[in-house]
Ligand binder design. Structure first.
Ligand code: ATP
Ligand code: MG
Length: 255
Protein backbone atom coordinates (compact mmCIF):
# COMPACT_ATOMS: atom_id res chain seq x y z
CA UNK A 1 0.00 0.00 0.00
CA UNK A 2 1.22 3.48 -0.87
CA UNK A 3 0.86 7.04 0.33
CA UNK A 4 -0.73 9.57 -1.96
CA UNK A 5 1.26 12.76 -2.08
CA UNK A 6 -0.12 15.91 -3.64
CA UNK A 7 2.63 18.54 -3.77
CA UNK A 8 2.14 22.23 -4.58
CA UNK A 9 -0.56 21.50 -7.13
CA UNK A 10 -1.98 24.39 -9.11
CA UNK A 11 -4.71 23.76 -11.65
CA UNK A 12 -5.77 26.57 -13.94
CA UNK A 13 -8.65 26.89 -16.35
CA UNK A 14 -7.89 29.97 -18.42
CA UNK A 15 -7.42 32.71 -15.86
CA UNK A 16 -9.14 30.85 -13.02
CA UNK A 17 -7.20 28.77 -10.51
CA UNK A 18 -9.37 25.84 -9.47
CA UNK A 19 -6.49 24.77 -7.20
CA UNK A 20 -3.77 27.04 -5.91
CA UNK A 21 -0.60 25.49 -4.55
CA UNK A 22 -2.37 22.68 -2.70
CA UNK A 23 -0.32 20.07 -0.81
CA UNK A 24 -1.42 17.15 1.32
CA UNK A 25 -0.50 13.56 2.00
CA UNK A 26 -2.77 10.62 2.62
CA UNK A 27 -1.03 7.75 4.39
CA UNK A 28 -2.05 4.14 3.70
CA UNK A 29 -5.26 2.98 5.42
CA UNK A 30 -6.29 6.48 6.47
CA UNK A 31 -9.85 7.77 6.16
CA UNK A 32 -9.11 11.27 4.91
CA UNK A 33 -11.85 13.80 4.19
CA UNK A 34 -11.82 16.89 2.00
CA UNK A 35 -14.48 19.49 2.72
CA UNK A 36 -15.15 22.99 1.48
CA UNK A 37 -17.87 25.17 -0.02
CA UNK A 38 -19.19 24.74 -3.58
CA UNK A 39 -16.52 25.38 -6.17
CA UNK A 40 -13.69 25.05 -3.63
CA UNK A 41 -11.84 22.55 -5.83
CA UNK A 42 -12.71 19.21 -4.18
CA UNK A 43 -13.73 17.38 -7.35
CA UNK A 44 -10.79 18.96 -9.17
CA UNK A 45 -8.46 17.19 -6.72
CA UNK A 46 -10.08 13.85 -7.58
CA UNK A 47 -9.87 14.65 -11.28
CA UNK A 48 -6.16 15.42 -10.92
CA UNK A 49 -5.50 12.18 -9.04
CA UNK A 50 -7.49 10.02 -11.45
CA UNK A 51 -5.87 11.41 -14.59
CA UNK A 52 -8.86 13.36 -15.91
CA UNK A 53 -7.23 16.77 -15.31
CA UNK A 54 -3.52 17.47 -15.51
CA UNK A 55 -2.17 19.96 -12.95
CA UNK A 56 -0.69 23.13 -14.38
CA UNK A 57 2.04 23.00 -11.72
CA UNK A 58 3.12 20.65 -8.95
CA UNK A 59 3.35 16.89 -8.66
CA UNK A 60 1.25 13.93 -7.60
CA UNK A 61 2.88 10.74 -6.37
CA UNK A 62 1.35 7.44 -5.39
CA UNK A 63 4.11 5.58 -3.61
CA UNK A 64 7.10 5.79 -5.93
CA UNK A 65 5.01 6.40 -9.03
CA UNK A 66 4.69 9.87 -10.45
CA UNK A 67 1.05 9.78 -11.57
CA UNK A 68 0.72 13.32 -12.89
CA UNK A 69 1.03 12.24 -16.51
CA UNK A 70 -0.90 8.97 -16.33
CA UNK A 71 -4.18 8.28 -18.12
CA UNK A 72 -7.26 7.32 -16.09
CA UNK A 73 -6.90 3.61 -16.97
CA UNK A 74 -3.24 3.65 -15.89
CA UNK A 75 -4.16 5.27 -12.58
CA UNK A 76 -6.87 2.64 -12.08
CA UNK A 77 -4.30 -0.11 -12.73
CA UNK A 78 -2.22 1.22 -9.83
CA UNK A 79 -5.14 0.41 -7.53
CA UNK A 80 -6.94 3.74 -7.35
CA UNK A 81 -10.71 3.68 -7.95
CA UNK A 82 -13.28 6.43 -7.66
CA UNK A 83 -16.94 7.33 -7.74
CA UNK A 84 -18.32 10.43 -9.43
CA UNK A 85 -20.32 13.29 -8.00
CA UNK A 86 -22.72 12.90 -10.94
CA UNK A 87 -23.22 9.16 -11.08
CA UNK A 88 -21.51 7.56 -14.07
CA UNK A 89 -22.97 4.11 -14.55
CA UNK A 90 -24.24 2.27 -17.62
CA UNK A 91 -27.89 3.20 -17.26
CA UNK A 92 -29.31 0.56 -19.57
CA UNK A 93 -27.44 -2.28 -17.88
CA UNK A 94 -28.26 -4.11 -14.68
CA UNK A 95 -26.71 -3.56 -11.27
CA UNK A 96 -24.90 -6.89 -11.53
CA UNK A 97 -23.46 -6.09 -14.97
CA UNK A 98 -22.22 -2.68 -13.85
CA UNK A 99 -20.41 -4.23 -10.90
CA UNK A 100 -19.09 -7.08 -13.06
CA UNK A 101 -17.39 -4.49 -15.27
CA UNK A 102 -15.32 -3.41 -12.28
CA UNK A 103 -14.55 -7.02 -11.35
CA UNK A 104 -13.45 -7.92 -14.87
CA UNK A 105 -11.05 -5.01 -14.95
CA UNK A 106 -9.53 -6.28 -11.77
CA UNK A 107 -9.19 -9.83 -13.08
CA UNK A 108 -7.53 -8.57 -16.24
CA UNK A 109 -10.03 -10.28 -18.41
CA UNK A 110 -8.68 -9.53 -21.87
CA UNK A 111 -10.85 -9.26 -24.98
CA UNK A 112 -8.89 -11.98 -26.79
CA UNK A 113 -9.24 -14.61 -24.10
CA UNK A 114 -12.94 -13.90 -23.83
CA UNK A 115 -13.39 -14.67 -27.54
CA UNK A 116 -12.06 -18.16 -27.08
CA UNK A 117 -14.21 -19.61 -24.36
CA UNK A 118 -11.29 -21.24 -22.60
CA UNK A 119 -11.15 -22.76 -19.16
CA UNK A 120 -9.25 -19.73 -17.99
CA UNK A 121 -12.01 -17.43 -19.20
CA UNK A 122 -14.63 -19.59 -17.58
CA UNK A 123 -12.74 -19.48 -14.30
CA UNK A 124 -12.39 -15.67 -14.49
CA UNK A 125 -16.09 -15.41 -15.21
CA UNK A 126 -16.95 -17.39 -12.10
CA UNK A 127 -14.45 -15.44 -10.03
CA UNK A 128 -15.84 -12.10 -11.25
CA UNK A 129 -19.35 -13.25 -10.45
CA UNK A 130 -18.28 -14.22 -6.92
CA UNK A 131 -16.60 -10.83 -6.37
CA UNK A 132 -19.68 -8.99 -7.67
CA UNK A 133 -22.10 -11.05 -5.55
CA UNK A 134 -20.05 -10.47 -2.38
CA UNK A 135 -20.11 -6.72 -3.01
CA UNK A 136 -23.84 -6.76 -3.72
CA UNK A 137 -24.37 -8.49 -0.35
CA UNK A 138 -22.06 -6.07 1.41
CA UNK A 139 -23.94 -3.03 0.04
CA UNK A 140 -27.31 -4.64 0.78
CA UNK A 141 -28.62 -4.27 -2.77
CA UNK A 142 -29.51 -7.93 -3.36
CA UNK A 143 -33.06 -7.18 -4.41
CA UNK A 144 -31.84 -4.85 -7.16
CA UNK A 145 -29.31 -7.30 -8.64
CA UNK A 146 -31.14 -7.64 -11.99
CA UNK A 147 -32.68 -4.16 -12.06
CA UNK A 148 -31.67 -1.68 -14.71
CA UNK A 149 -29.81 1.32 -13.32
CA UNK A 150 -32.20 3.86 -14.84
CA UNK A 151 -35.13 2.29 -12.96
CA UNK A 152 -33.48 2.67 -9.55
CA UNK A 153 -33.74 5.43 -6.94
CA UNK A 154 -30.77 7.77 -6.71
CA UNK A 155 -29.61 6.38 -3.34
CA UNK A 156 -29.34 2.86 -4.73
CA UNK A 157 -27.47 4.11 -7.79
CA UNK A 158 -24.96 5.78 -5.48
CA UNK A 159 -24.39 2.43 -3.77
CA UNK A 160 -23.93 0.67 -7.09
CA UNK A 161 -21.23 3.17 -8.02
CA UNK A 162 -19.39 2.39 -4.80
CA UNK A 163 -19.85 -1.28 -5.69
CA UNK A 164 -18.32 -0.88 -9.11
CA UNK A 165 -15.31 0.91 -7.63
CA UNK A 166 -14.90 -1.77 -4.94
CA UNK A 167 -15.08 -4.56 -7.52
CA UNK A 168 -11.77 -3.29 -8.89
CA UNK A 169 -10.28 -4.17 -5.49
CA UNK A 170 -8.45 -0.84 -5.17
CA UNK A 171 -6.08 0.05 -2.34
CA UNK A 172 -7.25 3.66 -2.51
CA UNK A 173 -10.85 4.64 -3.13
CA UNK A 174 -11.99 8.22 -3.85
CA UNK A 175 -15.61 8.93 -2.95
CA UNK A 176 -17.06 12.16 -4.34
CA UNK A 177 -20.12 13.13 -2.29
CA UNK A 178 -21.43 9.61 -1.70
CA UNK A 179 -24.17 10.93 0.63
CA UNK A 180 -25.31 13.89 -1.47
CA UNK A 181 -29.07 14.12 -1.83
CA UNK A 182 -29.73 11.45 0.77
CA UNK A 183 -32.00 11.48 3.78
CA UNK A 184 -30.68 10.84 7.30
CA UNK A 185 -31.25 7.11 7.23
CA UNK A 186 -29.59 6.67 3.84
CA UNK A 187 -26.68 8.85 4.99
CA UNK A 188 -26.22 6.65 8.05
CA UNK A 189 -26.15 3.56 5.83
CA UNK A 190 -23.52 5.13 3.58
CA UNK A 191 -21.45 6.16 6.60
CA UNK A 192 -21.56 2.56 7.85
CA UNK A 193 -20.40 1.25 4.45
CA UNK A 194 -17.55 3.76 4.36
CA UNK A 195 -16.44 2.74 7.86
CA UNK A 196 -16.49 -0.93 6.80
CA UNK A 197 -14.57 -0.19 3.58
CA UNK A 198 -11.96 1.50 5.73
CA UNK A 199 -11.84 -0.78 8.76
CA UNK A 200 -12.76 -4.22 7.43
CA UNK A 201 -11.61 -4.06 3.85
CA UNK A 202 -8.59 -2.07 5.04
CA UNK A 203 -8.67 0.42 2.21
CA UNK A 204 -7.39 3.96 2.12
CA UNK A 205 -10.37 6.26 1.64
CA UNK A 206 -10.52 9.87 0.51
CA UNK A 207 -14.00 11.20 1.13
CA UNK A 208 -15.48 14.41 -0.24
CA UNK A 209 -18.83 15.32 1.25
CA UNK A 210 -20.99 18.22 2.26
CA UNK A 211 -22.51 16.36 5.18
CA UNK A 212 -20.37 17.83 7.94
CA UNK A 213 -21.85 15.63 10.64
CA UNK A 214 -20.93 12.50 8.75
CA UNK A 215 -17.45 13.75 7.85
CA UNK A 216 -16.66 14.81 11.40
CA UNK A 217 -17.99 11.50 12.73
CA UNK A 218 -16.01 9.14 10.55
CA UNK A 219 -12.91 10.90 9.17
CA UNK A 220 -9.51 10.53 10.83
CA UNK A 221 -8.09 13.58 9.15
CA UNK A 222 -9.79 16.49 7.43
CA UNK A 223 -8.58 19.07 4.94
CA UNK A 224 -10.60 22.21 4.34
CA UNK A 225 -10.43 23.86 0.94
CA UNK A 226 -11.68 27.33 0.15
CA UNK A 227 -11.46 28.98 -3.28
CA UNK A 228 -8.87 26.44 -4.42
CA UNK A 229 -6.63 26.95 -1.39
CA UNK A 230 -5.95 24.75 1.56
CA UNK A 231 -7.39 26.54 4.56
CA UNK A 232 -6.79 24.00 7.30
CA UNK A 233 -5.89 20.38 7.93
CA UNK A 234 -6.14 18.30 11.07
CA UNK A 235 -8.22 15.97 13.19
CA UNK A 236 -11.98 16.58 13.05
CA UNK A 237 -12.05 17.93 16.59
CA UNK A 238 -9.37 20.50 15.67
CA UNK A 239 -11.09 21.49 12.43
CA UNK A 240 -14.46 22.27 14.03
CA UNK A 241 -12.74 24.72 16.40
CA UNK A 242 -10.55 26.38 13.76
CA UNK A 243 -11.45 30.07 13.48
CA UNK A 244 -10.46 30.27 9.77
CA UNK A 245 -12.75 27.36 9.01
CA UNK A 246 -15.65 28.80 10.98
CA UNK A 247 -15.21 32.12 9.20
CA UNK A 248 -15.11 30.54 5.73
CA UNK A 249 -18.23 28.58 6.48
CA UNK A 250 -20.28 31.39 8.05
CA UNK A 251 -23.52 31.58 6.16
CA UNK A 252 -23.04 28.24 4.43
CA UNK A 253 -26.26 26.35 4.88
CA UNK A 254 -24.70 22.89 5.10
CA UNK A 255 -23.15 23.72 8.46
N1 ATP B 1 -13.43 21.63 -16.71
C1 ATP B 1 -13.50 22.84 -16.13
N2 ATP B 1 -13.42 23.97 -16.87
C2 ATP B 1 -13.47 25.20 -16.29
N3 ATP B 1 -13.58 25.40 -14.97
C3 ATP B 1 -13.65 24.31 -14.18
C4 ATP B 1 -13.61 22.97 -14.72
N4 ATP B 1 -13.70 22.09 -13.68
C5 ATP B 1 -13.79 22.83 -12.57
N5 ATP B 1 -13.76 24.16 -12.86
C6 ATP B 1 -13.84 25.27 -11.91
O1 ATP B 1 -12.94 24.98 -10.85
C7 ATP B 1 -13.49 25.37 -9.60
C8 ATP B 1 -13.52 24.18 -8.67
O2 ATP B 1 -14.49 23.25 -9.12
P1 ATP B 1 -14.73 21.85 -8.43
O3 ATP B 1 -15.75 21.13 -9.26
O4 ATP B 1 -13.45 21.17 -8.21
O5 ATP B 1 -15.36 22.29 -7.04
P2 ATP B 1 -16.02 21.42 -5.88
O6 ATP B 1 -15.34 21.79 -4.62
O7 ATP B 1 -16.03 19.99 -6.24
O8 ATP B 1 -17.50 21.99 -5.84
P3 ATP B 1 -18.91 21.27 -5.51
O9 ATP B 1 -19.01 21.24 -4.01
O10 ATP B 1 -19.91 22.17 -6.11
O11 ATP B 1 -18.89 19.92 -6.12
C9 ATP B 1 -14.86 25.97 -9.90
O12 ATP B 1 -14.72 27.36 -9.99
C10 ATP B 1 -15.20 25.37 -11.24
O13 ATP B 1 -16.06 26.20 -11.95
MG1 MG C 1 -17.50 18.62 -6.57
Amino acid sequence: MSSLKFSDVTLKFGGISALNNVSFEVKPKTLYAIIGPNGAGKTSIFNCISGIYRPTEGSIHYGDSDIKYLRPDQVANLGIARTFQNIELFENMTVLDNILIGAHRHLNYGPISSLIFSNKTRKSELEARKIAEDIIDFLEIEQFRYSYIMSLPYGVQKRVEIGRALAMDPDLILLDEPAAGMNNEETEDIARFIIDIHEEMKKTVILVDHDMNMVMDIAEEVMVLNFGEKLAEGKPEEIVKDSKVIEAYLGVSEL
